[in-house]
Design a protein around this ligand. Structure first.
Ligand code: GLN
Length: 446
């Protein structure tokens, strides 16, 4: 009831929630109370949360920020939704996001932009901007997000909260509306690493309904939070601290690295030479995959259908033209072009080859260091309209996050301090399955 009241009071201004499921939430809370009185409560029983509107929720609208799915009521729950429900968490509703998770500012949502609670003239980041803003404004203690190129970490940084993108394949993608399947990964967003740890353990686990789900034992991430950081080898990639990084943000990051040194960590400079290619590679791979994934929204099987189609082609073109916003159409066009006969080798195949070089850079780095650290984003939250007219400058706001998705590595963002009264995020990147180590380092710092 406390959180529902806060949502009612603050959401009209923030626009973080697109759907509030108050009645179901109160019923789930009652059930949790009963479990508690029976002594059957787990760590998360009765803890409120909310889902990014990319996760299918049975009987509840799941629109993924798009007019295309504005009337779509999901007939089933995503695996992540089922798992968190089974853990006893209370779902408060669905959170606003960039259309089909394409964006870095939440300005592409059909439901209007989310406001950053720290300064409502600035963006909350994207695409999980609704999740980040809702946690930052304490409309919910925790939320789910997804990260294809930075969409958990960059909004977490802009809104001053914590969020972790797990190793690719750890969290099931079943029922998580697909953007770029080889990059998409769900994860928790909350105030602290400790909260993320609790939630991540409940979200992971093998799922036969996701062909890329990894069959590994579930880890209790909260067990390792207090490990000693003495001797932890931290690598600072010199490419993260170049002229693209805001000077004030750099100072905040340096100061937080100093804290890790005080905690016993050893810090050294490393190099990820192919980092600079990650944005161009991503903007071939992600659009290519999205053009294929979004082909299913054809006005026949799912979502928006135009009025009075005169034939099948007219049905397809008008339904898609009306249902998808400008950024989604741009990605579909780029992706279709990159995959077309004659261009495939020059673009898609080449991008996949460079993708391998990028992950090899990380492989080399993890022979020398345990954790890579740096800024999550090159600046603090920017103002509405500042980048929306210039796609390339918008794309560059993910310059420090995208390589991680191309390599499939785990990474998190935690609050590091402030610049111009806006939060700065510190990024921690680990080797495959190093979630426990990242959460431990983040927790000790916090
Ligand atoms: N901002 C990036 C994009 O627009 C990443 C989005 C994401 O991680 N979902 O594609």
């Amino acid at each position: 009831q406390t959180f529902l009241a806060r949502i009612e009071r603050h959401n009209p201004q923030l626009n973080a929630f697109v759907t509030v499921t108050a009645e179901q939430a109160l019923a789930q809370a009652d059930a949790a109370d009963q479990l508690r009185t029976q002594g059957k409560a787990g760590k998360l029983t009765g803890v409120p949360m909310a889902h990014k509107d990319i996760f299918c929720t049975k009987g509840v609208k799941t629109a993924c920020g798009s007019k295309m799915l504005d009337k779509f009521i999901s007939p089933y729950d995503a695996t992540v939704v089922t798992k968190l429900k089974d853990a006893g968490m209370v779902n408060l509703g669905k959170l606003n996001m960039d259309e089909f998770a394409m964006g870095s500012s939440n300005e592409t949502s059909f439901y209007g932009p989310v406001k950053n609670p720290w300064d409502t003239g600035t963006v909350p980041g994207g695409s999980s901007g609704g999740s980040a803003a809702a946690v930052a404004a304490r409309l919910t203690p925790a939320a789910t997000g997804t990260d294809t190129g930075g969409s958990i970490r960059q909004p977490a940084a802009f809104c001053g909260i914590s969020g972790i993108k797990p190793t690719y394949g750890l969290v099931s993608r079943y029922g998580m509306i697909a953007f770029a399947s080889s990059l998409d990964q769900g994860g928790p967003m909350a105030r602290t690493a400790e909260d993320c740890a609790l939630m991540l353990s409940a979200m992971t686990g093998f799922d036969p309904r996701d062909s890329t789900s990894l069959d590994r034992p579930v880890v209790d991430y909260s067990a390792g939070l207090n490990g000693d950081l003495k001797g932890l080898r931290i690598g600072l990639p010199k490419e993260f601290f170049d002229e693209g990084l805001d000077g004030d943000v750099a100072k905040v990051i340096q100061a937080s690295i100093e804290e890790f040194r005080k905690l016993g960590a050893e810090v050294k400079e490393i190099s990820l030479p192919n980092m600079k290619l990650s944005v161009p590679v991503y903007y071939v791979v992600a659009p290519a995959e999205c053009s294929s994934n979004l082909a299913r929204m054809d006005g026949v099987r799912y979502g928006h259908r135009c009025d009075n189609p005169k034939d099948l082609l007219d049905l397809y073109t008008r339904s898609r033209g009306e249902g998808f916003g400008a950024e989604v159409q741009r990605r579909i066009l780029i992706g279709t072009y990159a995959l077309s006969a004659g261009y495939y080798d020059a673009y898609y195949l080449k991008a996949q080859q460079i993708r391998r070089l990028i992950s090899d850079d990380f492989k080399r780095a993890y022979q020398e260091v345990d954790v890579i650290m740096g800024p999550t984003a090159p600046s603090v939250a920017f103002r509405f309209g500042e980048k929306s007219g210039d796609p390339v400058s918008m794309y560059l706001s993910d310059i420090y996050t995208i390589a991680v998705n191309l390599a499939g590595l785990p990474a998190m963002s935690i609050p590091a301090g402030f610049s111009n009264n806006l939060p700065v995020g510190l990024q921690l990147i680990g080797d495959y399955f190093a979630e426990e180590r990242l959460l431990n380092a983040a927790h000790r710092y916090q």
